[in-house]
Design a protein. Sequence first.
Length: 250
Amino acid sequence: MIAARALTKVFHDRKRGEIRAVDGLSFDVAPGRIYGLLGANGAGKTTALRLLATLLRPTTGSATVAGFDVATQPQQVRARVGFLAASTALYGRLTVREMIRYFGRLHGLAEPVLALRLAQLADELELHEFLDRRCDKLSTGMKQRTSIARTLIHDPEVMIFDEPTLGLDVMAARAVVRFVRGCRDRGKTVIYSTHVMAEAQKVCDTIGIIHRGGLAAEGSLAELQARYGETELEEIFVRAVGLEAEPRAM
């Protein structure tokens, strides 16, 4: 469903010169699976997700989503992707209902379909108690659930979550994780980026560890545990990044 091949994004900064945010990244995500993309701040994971969501254009390399090229067929990709960014904002003066309906109309949904999707998401994300509350009056957890609903209103085949539980309390985070699992159960393909290793252990079918813009390690949790001789994903992450970094330092 998702295929990245030597995906590279280079930025140019007047002071720092060339910055290779993503550097030769290659990986695949099978249909109906959750792929966890883990990396420290500055590792390149958010840039990689933005490339897949067509918010950025690759410098070199290629990627396809649902069979469509992110560089040459961006409109087809966007129609099949829901992208929740860590910095996503809501229009404060709109109610939750208005916000979700607005994005549904942007995606060209007919009114009967839009009404059905809104009802489904309100049930799944438990939005009913604040559907008619203005977005600037919501708690952090309510805002995040609203952001997820507006991201998925068009029922995309592929879902990209960048730090979806950032800033949430335990109960709100559990609700988001439960919803993501439900998406997989319905056959959706998910890329899940998080700093919370316990979340990744629980929810991801395959884990990719990104470091310096490239893939340092990849596999199921069991495969990574066997490879690195560690039980906890945090220890695996540290070892994978350290082992990958050593040759470059020499």
